[in-house]
Design a protein around this ligand. Structure first.
Ligand code: SAH
Length: 341
């Protein structure tokens, strides 16, 4: 079987080339071609022809297949459905902001966290994505848009902390200065609250932004929306958040998806504030994208604004997620769900 060398970091590539009897400086050359979005050895023009041919026999450079591409006429947001080599499909979203281009990537095909309102979890977890499949989402979108991406959010399908090793390898690969050279502070990882991994992440990647999905702060209510709360309840989660902030000195983003009539009343805003008092954070309100497979709907804009105002008045930094690509606003995970292979 050919090795997928995009999985390898430079150190491993050096060993790979040494084993082929090649000088180790080839590692950096090939690494930087691959991470510049070159998908064939043929195009690596600073390698001798016989080496390119040899590489073709023993190695392959992974890529994704574009199955679907939706482009917003309003703001250029693009939603991609990518096919993986084994028939699974994943989604990525490309967004343009004043400060640069951003991509939201998936970390798993499917998800086993079971959040009730989320389309990604409906058919459970198919499998973890490899590090190169995460990198390829960036490379494919950069190529397709002929643009550079400066910000990465791991907020697509999947729970990144349920795929921790591959996530860390992915972060290492995209941070490499010979590759995408992505600044750690330009990367955000979002979790539903897997406590042991939050602790590890504070040690492994203190500079990467951490976002935590809350959606409710009262244990019963949160467990109803997010089964993970039964395993890692609210007070334990908030304790680990305090430790995280103490260790890293970094602010945490709390995501709060507003579901009409479920968690969006002034009473819920009060509960949220009393739990988050004293925690260095930013609150990101996300009006729910309705998913046709379940019964819930999103909070209307005015009600979301009222909710935000209550928090704002008490000095909590809060934003309502800007609606990008509203004309292609199939909820997260829905393109994938409708894909029949
Ligand atoms: N598993 C991680 C990351 C993926 S979900 C996490 O839970 O954070 C990314 C964010 O999108 C989460 O806050 C999630 O709750 C939210 N989300 C999921 N489905 C949604 C929907 N239909 N509408 C709005 N937000 C949704």
């Amino acid at each position: 079987m050919k090795s997928n060398i995009k999985e390898m970091n430079i150190k491993e590539l050096k060993v790979f080339f040494q084993n082929m009897g090649e000088p180790s400086f080839r590692a950096k050359q090939v690494f930087s071609w691959m991470h510049r979005g070159i998908f064939s050895f043929e195009e690596m023009t600073n390698l001798p022809k016989n080496l390119r041919e040899k590489l073709d026999e023993v190695a392959e450079i992974s890529h994704l297949e574009i199955l679907k591409r939706q482009i917003s006429k309003k703001d250029g947001t693009r939603k991609y459905l990518f096919g993986l080599h084994d028939g699974n499909a994943i989604e990525s979203v490309y967004m343009q902001y004043k400060h640069g281009n951003s991509i939201c990537i998936s970390s798993q095909a499917g998800c086993r966290m079971g959040c009730r309102f989320c389309a990604s979890t409906i058919n459970g977890l198919q499998r973890n994505l490899t590090a190169s499949e995460m990198v390829d989402q960036i490379l494919m979108v950069e190529k397709d848009t002929a643009s550079r991406i400066s910000n990465v959010v791991v907020m697509g399908t999947g729970e990144p902390f349920d795929n921790y090793e591959n996530l860390c390898r992915f972060l290492e690969l995209i941070h490499d200065k010979d590759g995408l050279n992505m600044g750690l502070r330009n990367i955000t990882v979002s979790t539903c609250g897997i406590i042991p991994k939050i602790k590890e992440f504070a040690k492994d990647y203190p500079q990467v932004n951490l976002a935590i999905s809350l959606h409710a702060v009262e244990d019963n209510a949160r467990s109803k929306l997010m089964p993970i709360n039964q395993r890692y309840p609210m007070d334990d989660l908030l304790q680990v958040c305090r430790e995280y902030i103490q260790q890293t000195g970094r602010r945490i983003t709390f995501e709060y998806t507003l579901v009409a009539g479920v968690n969006d009343t002034p009473k819920h805003a009060q509960q949220l504030m009393s739990k988050l008092a004293g925690i260095l954070c930013h609150i990101n309100l996300i009006p729910l994208n309705a998913v046709k497979e379940n019964q819930w709907t999103g909070t209307r804009r005015e009600a979301a604004e009222q909710f935000a105002e209550i928090l704002d008045k008490k000095g909590f930094p809060v934003t309502i997620r800007r609606e990008l690509g509203s004309d292609i606003s199939a909820a997260c995970g829905q393109l994938r769900l409708n894909q029949k292979y």
